[in-house]
Design a binder for this molecule. Structure first.
Ligand SMILES: Cc1cc2nc3c(=O)[nH]c(=O)nc-3n(C[C@H](O)[C@H](O)[C@H](O)COP(=O)(O)OP(=O)(O)OC[C@H]3O[C@@H](n4cnc5c(N)ncnc54)[C@H](O)[C@@H]3O)c2cc1C
Length: 483
C-alpha cells in the first residue's frame, strides 16, 4: 500500500513529488507517457510570470507570486536554466492605457514588486524593435524565462533520488474508493499488462484529464476545456530580436500573443487560444500559425518569420470556475485535486508543490525525511566551459569531444549522461528534451540516427524498439530491402 500516488508527471505532479520527498513517505508518480514532461508542461510559453495578471485573492494570484519568488533559489538548488529578463505589457495607440493602470493596481494588490509604467521613449532604449504603434507599457522586472523541460525533469529527478517511485508508460484507467484509501487500475502501455495499485492518498495532477478522475470519485463535478495554444519557434539568429518578454494588452480582440526570447536563445511567438473538443489535439494549423505573425506584429516589428524552425501546440486545462482547483475533494477523503492548472501553472508549480505537500503532510502526519537532499545537478555542458576546461574534460572522457548535434553543439558525453542519469531518456525526444540534441535549426535531420545508435549501445535497446516518443512511434521497421 502506498501512502501517496500522484497521477501525472507534468511540472505540477513532479513539483509535488519533490516537495513530498522531504517527508518519510511511500509515494509514487504514475504517468501514461514514456517520460516525464510529455503533457502541457512541454508545450507552453516558458514564462515565469511576475503575477500581476491574476485576480487578487485567487489561488492563481497567490501561487504565481510565491512561485516566482522562489525561482532563484530553486534554479540554484536544482540547476534549472532560468533568467529574469523582465516583461512588458505594451499598449498601442488604438488601446486605452487605463488598461495598464488596472494591471498595475492588480499587480500591487498581488504583491508583485517593482512594477512601473514606462513611456515610449523609455521603452525604445530597452526594446528598439517595438512596433511604431506602441505608446507605453507596464514593466515587470521580476518576469522571467525558464526551460520547462529542465524544470520538470529537475523536480522529477530530485524526487526520484529522494525515494519517490515513478511508473512511466502506465495509464490510470479507473479509481475506486476502498476500505482505506483508493484502488487505482493501471495499464502498462508497453507491456500491455494491467494491475491494481492501492494508496491512502491520491493526488490528481492529470492536466486536461483531471476532471475525469475527480468525477470518478466525487459528486462535485469538474469540467475542463482544452484550450489550444499554437506557437512558432524561431532560430537562434532571431533570438535577440527582443530581450524582454513582450505581452500585448488584452483587448476585445483577445489576449494577443507574446514575443519572447527563450532561455536557450531562440525567439518564441505565440500562443493562439482556441477551445477544442479533443484533449489530444496538439496539432498546429495553417490558420493558427498565420494569425500569429499578424497579431505579433502589433507589438513587435520586423519579426524575421522566415527563420521559423518549428511550430508546436499545447493545451491549457481550463476549468469552468476559472481558478486553480487545489485541495481534498469535500466528499472524497484522501483524494486531492490539483486541477484546472492552466497558465500561470508553470510559474506556480513550485508553490503548488509546497502547498500540496504541506496538505498531505498534515493528512498523513508525516515526519521529515532525514536523508532528503534538495540539490541536483543538470547535464554537464562542455559548451559552457573554457577551452582549457573543455580540453581537460575531453582528455578524461573522450565522448565529450564527439559532437553529435551540430546545430546545438551537443556531444556524445551529454547524450550518455541523459540516458544514464536518474529517470534517464529512453527515446529520441527524451534525449532531445534533456540535452537539446535535435532542437536546433535542422530539427534533428542530422543527429537522429547517431542518437539512436547511442541509445542502442547504452540502454541497451534494439534499433527496432527505439521510439521517437513512446509506444507506437518506432522509427525503424526492418533492414534495407527487407520490407
Ligand atoms: C499555450 C500555453 C501557454 C502557457 N504558457 C505558460 C507560461 O508561459 N507560464 C506559465 O506559468 N504557465 C503557462 N502555461 C500553463 C502551464 O504550461 C501548465 O499550467 C502546466 O504545464 C500544467 O502542468 P500539469 O503538470 O498540471 O499538466 P501536464 O503537464 O499536462 O501533466 C499532466 C500529466 O498527466 C498525465 N496523465 C493524464 N492522464 C493520465 C492517466 N490516465 N494516467 C496517467 N497519467 C496521466 C499526462 O500524460 C501528463 O503528463 C501555458 C499553457 C499553455 C497550453
Amino acid at each position: 500500500m502506498y501512502d501517496v500516488a500522484i497521477i501525472g508527471a507534468g511540472v505540477v505532479g513532479s513539483a509535488i513529488a519533490r516537495e513530498l520527498s522531504r517527508y518519510q513517505v511511500k509515494a509514487c508518480v504514475i504517468e501514461r507517457e514514456e517520460d516525464v514532461c510529455c503533457g502541457t508542461s512541454k508545450a507552453n510559453s516558458a514564462i515565469i510570470h511576475a503575477g500581476f495578471d491574476a485576480t487578487p485573492g485567487t489561488l492563481k494570484a497567490r501561487l504565481n507570486v510565491r512561485g516566482n519568488e522562489i525561482m532563484d533559489q530553486l534554479s540554484k538548488e536544482l540547476d534549472i536554466p532560468f533568467k529574469r529578463n523582465g516583461s512588458l505589457v505594451v499598449c498601442t495607440k488604438d488601446q486605452d492605457p487605463a488598461g495598464l493602470d488596472a494591471l498595475l493596481e492588480k499587480g500591487k494588490e498581488n504583491g508583485v514588486p517593482g512594477l512601473e509604467i514606462l513611456s515610449r521613449e523609455q521603452l525604445l532604449s530597452m526594446e528598439p524593435n517595438l512596433s511604431d504603434d506602441v505608446t507605453c507599457a507596464l514593466f515587470a522586472p521580476t518576469g522571467g524565462i525558464v526551460c520547462p523541460f529542465h524544470m520538470t525533469m529537475a523536480f522529477a529527478e530530485n524526487a526520484f533520488t529522494n525515494g519517490v517511485e515513478f511508473f512511466l508508460n502506465t495509464e490510470v484507467t479507473s479509481i475506486e474508493k476502498a476500505a482505506e484509501g483508493y484502488k487505482l487500475s493501471l495499464h502498462n502501455r508497453e507491456k500491455e499488462e494491467t494491475s491494481i495499485l492501492e494508496t491512502k492518498v491520491v493526488i490528481n495532477a492529470a492536466g486536461v484529464y483531471a476532471d475525469t478522475f475527480n468525477n470518478m470519485v466525487s459528486e462535485h463535478k469538474l469540467h475542463i476545456t482544452a484550450r489550444k495554444g499554437e506557437y512558432m519557434l524561431l532560430d537562434k539568429d532571431a533570438g535577440t530580436h527582443v530581450s524582454h518578454t513582450v505581452f500585448q494588452l488584452p483587448s476585445k480582440m483577445g489576449k494577443g500573443v507574446l514575443v519572447t526570447p527563450t532561455v536557450h536563445g531562440n525567439l518564441l511567438v505565440g500562443p493562439t487560444a482556441v477551445d477544442v473538443e479533443d484533449k489530444e489535439a496538439v496539432n498546429t494549423t495553417l490558420a493558427g500559425l498565420d494569425s500569429l505573425g499578424k497579431t505579433a506584429s502589433l507589438s513587435v516589428k520586423n519579426i524575421p518569420l522566415r527563420q521559423v524552425i518549428t511550430s508546436f501546440a499545447g493545451l491549457r486545462a481550463h476549468e469552468d470556475g476559472g481558478d486553480f482547483v487545489i485541495g481534498e475533494a469535500a466528499d472524497a477523503k484522501g483524494f486531492v485535486n490539483v486541477a484546472g492548472i492552466e497558465s500561470p501553472g508553470l510559474s506556480s508549480a513550485p508553490a503548488i508543490g509546497e502547498m500540496v505537500a504541506t496538505l498531505v503532510k498534515e493528512m498523513l502526519s508525516l515526519s521529515e525525511n532525514p536523508h532528503f537532499n534538495g540539490n541536483r545537478k543538470g547535464i554537464l555542458r562542455p559548451e559552457k566551459l573554457s577551452l582549457e576546461e573543455r580540453n581537460a574534460l575531453i582528455k578524461e572522457q573522450p565522448a565529450y569531444g564527439n559532437i553529435i548535434c551540430r546545430c546545438e553543439m551537443i556531444t556524445e558525453g551529454e547524450i550518455m549522461d541523459a540516458i544514464h542519469r536518474p529517470l534517464g531518456a529512453r527515446s529520441l525526444d527524451g534525449v532531445k528534451r534533456r540535452t537539446r540534441a535535435g532542437m536546433g535549426r535542422c530539427q534533428s535531420g542530422f543527429c537522429s540516427p547517431r542518437t539512436m545508435e547511442i541509445l542502442e549501445r547504452e540502454v541497451p535497446l534494439s534499433m527496432f524498439d527505439i521510439t521517437k516518443n513512446g509506444v507506437g512511434s518506432n522509427l525503424v521497421y526492418g533492414h534495407n530491402k527487407e520490407i
